[in-house]
Design a protein around this ligand. Structure first.
Ligand SMILES: Nc1ncnc2c1ncn2[C@@H]1O[C@H](COP(=O)(O)OP(=O)(O)OP(=O)(O)O)[C@@H](O)[C@H]1O
Ligand SMILES: Nc1ccn([C@@H]2O[C@H](COP(=O)(O)O)[C@@H](O)[C@H]2O)c(=O)n1
Length: 212
């Protein structure tokens, strides 16, 4: 059986960075589940379809290749916003959650990050983290990331986007973003990436020890 590390948290909280570090450290496979919602959103946008076309979104959710998802192609802020609008549709979630669960069962260990991993996708995961940071710090980090990649951005606009997306994700009826009851909360507002990794590793090591 696969040992799954479930990581959730709001937009730009650092959950993907942490998930990638943990996966590399333990030799586990990683799935950024946000990319699955983004892949559906991009397919809809590229086809010029309205984002609330459920039948088309379900078809897109069934047909894209998970192994072909690329963060650099799907990272755009507008795609994140569209993904969050698509993510309110229960029928789309059902298809994607099944594909994410399938991934979580492969190999000796997996790391999945998203919004509902600890609560819905992998509720039996032996270790769950909920990563947060203040909205202002998250907006600043994302701003510097975009600039570092040669893009243009406005910090205040990013902050407004993040707040709007968090609100939609936390208040939708199906699978709202929230920490699982047994999740460890990790507030990285004042933490470096390295400090966040070390704190998470201590938690994961304890869970691995308990499972052995
Ligand atoms: N503890 C930290 N200290 C400083 N910068 C950080 C920290 N954690 C993450 N970052 C930076 O913040 C930005 C957002 O991190 P990341 O992409 O991992 O967030 P995310 O939660 O996966 O985002 P998304 O919601 O878009 O999936 C990245 O530029 C990353 O390098
Ligand atoms: N498990 C998940 C993961 C993501 N979403 C939705 O997708 C949007 C984009 O996610 P990013 O992590 O790439 O920013 C996000 O805002 C959520 O609406 C989800 O619902 N469940």
């Amino acid at each position: 059986m696969s040992f799954t590390i479930a990581i959730d948290g709001p937009a730009a909280s650092g959950k993907g960075t942490l998930a990638r570090r943990l996966a590399a450290h333990y030799g586990f496979r990683h799935l950024d589940t946000g990319l699955t919602y983004r892949a559906v959103a991009k397919a809809m946008l590229d086809a010029g379809l309205p984002l609330d076309d459920e039948a088309a979104a379900v078809e897109a959710a069934r047909s894209f290749d998970i192994s072909e998802m690329r963060r650099d192609v799907l990272a755009e802020h507008g795609i994140g916003e569209a993904a969050s609008r698509i993510a309110v549709m229960p029928v789309v979630r059902r298809v994607l959650v099944e594909r994410q669960r399938e991934f979580s069962r492969t190999g000796a260990g997996t790391v999945l990050d998203g919004r509902d991993i600890g609560t819905v996708v992998c509720p039996d995961a032996p270790v769950k983290l909920f990563v947060t940071a203040s909205p202002e710090v998250r907006a600043r980090r994302r701003y510097h990331e975009i600039l570092g990649n040669g893009g243009k951005a406005e910090e205040q606009a990013i902050l407004a986007d993040i707040i709007r997306r968090d609100d939609r994700d936390a208040n939708r009826a199906d699978s709202p973003m929230r920490p699982a009851r047994d999740a460890h909360l990790l507030d990285t507002t004042e933490m470096t990436i390295e400090a966040a990794f070390r704190a998470a590793k201590t938690i994961v090591d304890a869970a691995l020890e308990k499972n052995s």
